[in-house]
Design a protein around this ligand. Structure first.
Ligand SMILES: NC(=O)c1ccc[n+]([C@@H]2O[C@H](COP(=O)([O-])OP(=O)(O)OC[C@H]3O[C@@H](n4cnc5c(N)ncnc54)[C@H](O)[C@@H]3O)[C@@H](O)[C@H]2O)c1
Length: 245
């Protein structure tokens, strides 16, 4: 199936971004894969085939974002689906968080999404259709169980960015939504936690397992689809029942 849609996915060399890319490619959507991990990104893009286009740049650099989105528009076309998914984790609680760490986490997780949204919105407005999907986290609601202060705050900021952009684009055919996942089965869980920590974390998730990356990608596909035009400013929980609201 071919569509004329172009999706830009940040953090596309990571586990969840790659799962989203794969889902879009299967739907016939052209994907602009963005990440700082150039080599990994290019290898993955090759695996996904001719509809996957790797662009390596740092989303926390506003000039790089502006320049790259202009090049993407020229070389690939107008981006009508933006998935703000790149993120860095920091587990330090407030007293152990340095100003440098605070600034870096906010620059990547929050400012990056702002720069990208600002860069693609004019194209979406011209087309009269668009989807912006922000990867927040359950950390925004819990304050962070294993994750730290800067991370939780950056993800809370993404929720408010979602509300703010949604409010601004209501009559333009553009929807802006977010997803708040709890632990997803990624190297963070499978490699960076000890077996003991893994069991402790698992015990907190009522459904008794971690979220699969393709379950996350499925929610992104849903939000990116034609039939979600009436849903905007929504944050979808993907948390295995850890929290209801
Ligand atoms: N893994 C989880 O359990 C979980 C839970 C909730 C939310 N999230 C969020 O989901 C998103 C994806 O997580 P993941 O587990 O796939 O992480 P990951 O580390 O596998 O992927 C993140 C990607 O972002 C890229 N990146 C980092 N800084 C960047 C920058 N400045 N510019 C461009 N790219 C940059 C990294 O190179 C990496 O490939 C993140 O925003 C994360 O906070 C993850």
């Amino acid at each position: 199936m071919e569509t004329n849609k172009i999706a830009l996915v940040t953090g596309a060399a990571g586990t969840m971004g790659a799962a989203v890319t794969e889902a879009f490619i299967q739907e016939g959507i052209t994907v602009v894969m963005v990440d700082v991990a150039k080599e990994k990104l290019e290898l993955l893009a090759e695996k996904f085939g001719p509809n996957a286009h790797p662009y390596a740049f740092d989303i926390s650099d506003p000039q790089a974002v502006e320049k790259s989105v202009a090049a993407i528009t020229e070389e690939i076309g107008t981006v009508t689906i933006l998935v703000n998914n790149a993120g860095i984790l920091s587990n330090n609680k407030v007293m152990d968080t340095t100003p440098e760490e605070w600034n870096r986490v906010l620059a990547v997780n929050l400012s990056g999404a702002f720069y990208l949204s600002k860069a693609v919105l004019p194209g979406m407005r011209k087309v009269g259709w668009g989807r912006i999907i922000n990867t927040s986290s359950y950390a925004a609601k819990s304050g962070g169980i294993t994750s730290g202060t800067a991370y939780a705050v950056s993800k809370g900021g993404l929720i408010t960015l979602t509300f703010s952009l949604a409010a601004e684009t209501l009559k333009e055919g553009i929807t802006v939504n977010g997803i708040a996942p709890v632990w997803v089965k990624t190297p963070m869980v499978t490699e960076q936690l000890t077996e003991e920590q893994r069991q402790q974390v698992l015990a907190k998730i009522p459904v008794g397992r971690f979220c699969e990356p393709d379950e996350f990608a499925h929610v992104v596909s849903f939000l990116a689809s034609e039939k979600t035009g009436f849903m905007t400013g929504e944050i979808i929980d993907l948390n295995g029942g850890i929290h209801f609201d």
